[in-house]
Design a protein around this ligand. Structure first.
Ligand code: GLY
Length: 327
């Protein structure tokens, strides 16, 4: 297995030893099979999500099924206030969700500004499978979900309602990504057949403008999968990720031979180059990537981004970061 730490060692030994898209991992003179299956996902809630995904991957299931079932875990967990049911509402007190999913053929489904449905990722999957479209939004997405048999529910829990009511006392209406707990789950999997898929789902920025949609449902921004190369997800302030098409940048860097961690670093640098003022804030932007060899890595703007990795053992890893001693 070539892990992020393995990459650092490999880098020291010389980048020429990497054979990123040969289907084989170089380890000195030895060549070994890609690490598969494997699943990676963002933040601490990725760990239980990985468990659900692993149940599928370990039984030779597909990466697509794994990522859908994996991210449904935080979507359904009311204590996770940044994804799915129990998510923080917008500034008008309404919960709206964004999600997308992409498979090994590049086929994708997405929903934006979806209200009242607990599992937007499963609606996104239905968009991919049952319609000629990639994205449905708002009322159209809700109508479609109901037609598909999803249940209409109130997603605002008492806990998130209380938080919103406290926020309303000041209510400065400047959603700026600095509210704690602004985290998306992005998940990437490589299955036993060697196919990649990814999923990304969020309730978005707490107290956002009603109608705001960010990166998490946008293919190429919050998620991008290219089965020839690798897959990437973004998390953090979505506006910054959209403006550089962040996940697409990561995948294209991997196509040029970069290790996933280095590819994520290039995307973070792109974000910071476009918006140098981000250095002076406490806003976070992070990327996580997995390549066709089962190598993975993450990188972020500032300290604090962690991700979960399951390749038979489920563990957390801390990402390296770009901005040190600023802000
Ligand atoms: N990255 C998720 C969001 O900004 O809503």
């Amino acid at each position: 297995m070539t892990t992020r730490r393995g990459f650092i060692k490999t880098s020291l030994a010389g980048l020429g030893s990497l054979l990123p898209f040969s289907g084989l991992v170089s380890n000195g003179d030895r060549k070994k099979e890609p690490q598969k299956p494997i699943v990676v996902s963002t933040w601490g809630f990725g760990k239980p999500a990985n468990e659900a995904a692993w149940k599928i991957l370990s039984k030779n299931g597909s990466a697509l099924d794994a990522v859908e079932q994996g991210v449904r875990v935080p979507e359904g967990e009311p204590d996770v206030q940044t994804v799915g049911y129990g998510g923080y509402p917008d500034r008008d007190g309404e919960v709206s969700l964004d999600a997308c999913i992409q498979d090994q053929n590049g086929d994708a489904g997405s929903v934006t500004f979806l209200q009242h449905i607990k599992h937007p990722i499963s609606v996104a999957l239905k968009v991919k499978e049952e319609t000629p479209h990639v994205m449905l939004t708002g009322e159209g997405a809700l109508d479609f979900a109901l037609e598909q048999g999803f249940e209409k529910e109130d997603l605002l829990t008492e806990k998130s309602k209380q938080a919103w009511e406290e926020w309303l006392e000041e209510s400065d209406y400047r959603p700026d990504g600095q509210i704690p707990g602004h985290d998306t789950i992005g998940m990437l999997a490589l299955d036993g057949a060697g196919n990649l898929s990814g999923a990304c789902t969020t309730s978005g920025l707490a107290y956002k403008y009603h109608g705001r949609v960010a990166d998490s449902a946008l293919i190429g921004c919050g998620l991008f999968v290219d089965n020839e190369v690798g897959a990437a997800v973004g998390t953090g302030v979505g506006e910054e990720i959209i403006k550089v098409a962040g996940s697409h940048v990561v995948v294209e860097e991997m196509r040029r031979g970069q290790h996933p961690e280095e590819a994520c670093r290039k995307a973070v640098q792109r974000v910071l180059k476009r918006n140098p003022d981000l250095r002076k804030t406490n806003k976070q932007v992070a990327f996580l990537a997995l390549n066709k060899n089962g190598e993975y890595g993450g990188y972020c703007v500032r300290e604090g981004f962690s991700y979960a990795v399951h390749d038979s053992e489920n563990r957390m890893e801390q990402a390296e970061f770009e901005v040190k001693g600023e802000g």
